[in-house]
Write a protein that binds this ligand. Structure first.
Ligand SMILES: Cc1ncc(COP(=O)(O)O)c(C=O)c1O
Length: 384
């Protein structure tokens, strides 16, 4: 059996007529940049996220960048985030000449350890990017308490967490801004790059709309320097066709996670399973923890079980951030997570048989290791 990490072909087959119709409408209109398809998606994602405004942008990366630009972030400013996230989170800060200030993660959730934030707040701190990793929201009560006390802004990096909830509050609606990604592997993926910012602040929404079109308002009059961060109508068409299915897909991912939890618990193997501490984890990824992660990955690859390491090198140890002066040991939980975590297939269409196969392969890996260890010990004894 072969189990891919993600099966977008099966998903497309199930909604082909809806996607094709929505895309055809864009071709009929010949309106490819922004326009009614994008505006409709902006309204729908804002409503889905319980926010007043949606601003369609070119990617999740540009969503983060535009929000920081909206806050006039630049050299001398510090933004707090974690080193255990996709590169784009810290890159957006660095690209503007500001300093990413890292705070380690809570090993149970992989999200920012809120008890460590305040020690990193200085007179230069302007905001926090709270990442909702793997589809589970960070501890937003604590984050909100800190930003209020220090007059900071919060960007929710909800690239992996559309529709996730913390105490029944939707991702993107707690911070000043929420950023989503429509990268194809996300729970709500487009047919290329795309993203969305949500906010309930009319002024911020206005500035973001201006920034995504080179800071022009009206056209060809530029009060500020922005970028080309516009969302293509074709991406909006694909994402719009998928949005009505998102809750069913999320429910399927949650069922798949529960099944893995059950099956893995029954094995009694030394595997760390995802900890759900919020009321709605949307499982963009199902990530397990094992001490022999690299060997398990090689084994699963041989068995044709899709898997991925998110992320093998924490950001403070990336070459491009050497100028920050960090070294190994600075953020121990992030470093440990980078060595021990492995994402397994969790996509909505994953069948019971496929999930059983994944667990059986993991079990086989451990039983082979055990017999090798036992054999090794026995032969050492014999040799002694
Ligand atoms: C946590 C996080 N932030 C930001 C991004 C950037 O999104 P995009 O790939 O759409 O630029 C991603 C996507 O991979 C992500 O997972």
């Amino acid at each position: 059996m072969k189990v891919p990490l993600l099966d977008l072909k099966t998903q497309y087959a199930s909604i082909k007529s809806e996607v094709d119709r929505s895309v055809a409408e864009v071709f009929e209109s010949q309106q490819f940049i922004l326009g009614p398809k994008v505006e409709q998606l902006e309204r729908n994602i804002a409503a889905y996220s319980n926010c007043s405004y949606g601003i369609g942008v070119s990617s999740g990366t540009d969503a983060l960048l535009a929000c920081l630009m909206a806050e006039d972030i630049g050299p001398g400013d510090e933004i707090i985030t974690t080193p255990y996230t996709f590169f784009a989170t810290a890159a957006a800060i660095s690209r503007l000449g500001a300093t990413p200030v890292f705070v380690d993660i809570d090993p149970a959730t992989y999200n920012i350890d809120v008890d460590l934030i305040e020690a990193k707040v200085t007179s230069k701190t302007r905001g926090i990017i709270a990442v909702h990793l793997y589809g589970q929201m960070a501890d937003m009560d604590a984050v909100t308490r800190i930003v209020r006390a220090h007059n900071l802004f919060v960007i929710e990096d909800a690239a992996q967490a559309i529709g996730a909830e913390y105490k029944s509050i939707r991702a993107g609606s707690i911070g000043d801004y929420g950023c989503f990604s429509f990268f194809p592997s996300k729970n709500l993926g487009g047919a290329g790059d795309g993203g969305m910012i949500v906010t309930s602040d009319a002024e911020k929404a206005d500035k973001l709309r201006c920034l995504r079109s080179h800071g022009s308002k009206p056209k060809y009059y530029h009060r500020i320097v922005g970028g080309n961060f516009r969302l293509d109508a074709l991406q909006a068409a694909v994402v719009s066709a998928k949005l009505p299915h998102l809750d069913d897909w999320t429910a399927a991912r949650q069922r798949n996670a529960e099944r893995y939890d059950r099956l893995f618990s029954q094995t009694g193997l030394p595997i760390g399973l995802p900890r759900v501490v919020t009321n709605r984890h949307i499982f963009n990824q199902y990530v397990i923890r094992v001490s022999s992660r690299d060997e398990l990955q090689t084994f699963l690859q041989k068995k044709e079980v899709g898997n991925e390491i998110y992320y093998p090198v924490p950001l403070h140890l990336q070459e491009c951030f050497a100028y920050l002066g960090h070294r190994a040991g600075d953020f121990v939980e992030s470093e440990r997570a980078a060595k021990e975590t492995l994402a397994l297939p969790i996509y909505p269409e994953l069948s019971d048989e496929q999930a059983q196969y994944v667990v059986a392969c993991v079990r086989e890996f451990f039983s082979q290791r055990k017999s090798i260890e036992t054999f090794g010990k026995a032969s050492t004894k014999r040799g002694a």
